[in-house]
Write a protein that binds this ligand. Sequence first.
Ligand code: AHR
Length: 503
Amino acid sequence: MKASAVANKEFTIAKIDDRVYGAFLEHLGRAIYEGIYEPDHPTADENGMRGDVAKLVKDLNVPVVRYPGGNFVSAYNWEDGIGPREERPVRLDLAWHTSESNHVGIHEFADWCATVGTEMMLAVNLGSRGVDEARNFLEYVNHPGGSYWSDLRIKNGRKEPWNVKLWCLGNEMDGPWQVGHKDAAEYGKLAANTARAMRMFDKSLELIVCGSSNADMPSYPDWERIVLEHTYDHVDFISLHMYFFNPEKETANFLTMAEKLDTYIETVAATIKQVKAKKRSKHDVYICFDEWNVWYHSKEQDKKLLGGNSGWPHAPGLLEDVYNFEDVLMVGLILNTFIRRSDVVKIACIAQLVNVIAPIMTEKGGPAWAQTIYYPYYFASIFGRGTALDLKVDSPTYDGRYGDNAAYVDISGVHDEEGSTLTFFLVNRHGTENADVELSLQGFATGSVIDHQVMTHPNLEATNTAKNQDEVKPRKGEGATVVDGKLSVTLPPYSYQMVRVKI
Ligand code: AHR
């Protein structure tokens, strides 16, 4: 199979917001406890945070981490997680039918973010609580001192405010599974009132209102329209979520879920435009895709626990998807979509970061390792920063269950002007044929290949485990060349590649 593409310096999509490579950590399963926090672990620091996990996170250069939920936040009292640990209450978490020790709260999370070099993105509880909780939490986190909540923060050991800019107005409020679920108008009013109160404290906050939990929700896309009609001028982002699944093991169909993602983004972007026009607003609202990942491998085994038949365990292993090589291709396609939609998607969070549907896995008292999907996420986060190129791609296509005209060769391109590099992320969705790709580099100085990484595996179901951590990992590619302003590279069947060109 042959494919070609044109990258022209003058044809760009947008500056990619670094925060599109964000992540998410929820008080769920072993994400926090035994994930980032395990005071008895041999690598734990003075705060009880695992050093091996922190290193894997640091290597990813994650720009922002959303916290503390997720469904968990809809019945969470943030005040339970402050003050002396031994005095913090154990609470029942209704979302995941577990017990919450509250040994990790805002102080511990903030310290961990500083350790790994990331920003916080905090969610307020608009399920069981509302405006009052949101304004108090904001005051605790961002006010310098001299008020009840800020002085309490100082008393609890943190003098400087954290100055968190990004705030989520609840989580998945369209979902009937949510504590305090609301209809769109009800939620829209509450979100607008909460946003108003938060902006009375600080106009410069960046606020995120809940969009749909997925593109199959019965209320989608009316939900977006109604919620935005109530909140448009008070918020900066609308949040979307999507999880990708392949229980039938139909790779070709599975991989067309990227087309469905693209349509989802397109539809919500059009809704944003419509509401903006209707309101004659000068303000812009963007998409914050703050939960995305493959999620299905663990669903069967979780049914027992999530049915509530196991009591209220603390930090049980939940949503522990073990990712395979096929998922590398899906995650590569998702990240390519975000790069191509960088004009409207400004923030995105892989869900989640550790143990719970995550690129990083841990064993209690044992190792931490990179799952298969760690690598495409790593490459995009490290090398996918700059300006997204509007590539003209000519590739054979196929029709799948989730979208038609899916290009077998999927490519995104990024121009990093500061570093004088072009980076291309390529996925071959063909299961049996090589793809010979020729990419014309127009308007750029003559270049040469400086890095070429390839991920292939004879077994789509191959995984990385505690005992075999390197079964699926990138290797240096060979044979990518730039001759006469044309980059040539061959993609083996079902493969992911990154090629970087110095210009
Ligand atoms: O990430 C797991 C869960 O998926 C989150 O708690 C929720 O927001 C979504 O349904």
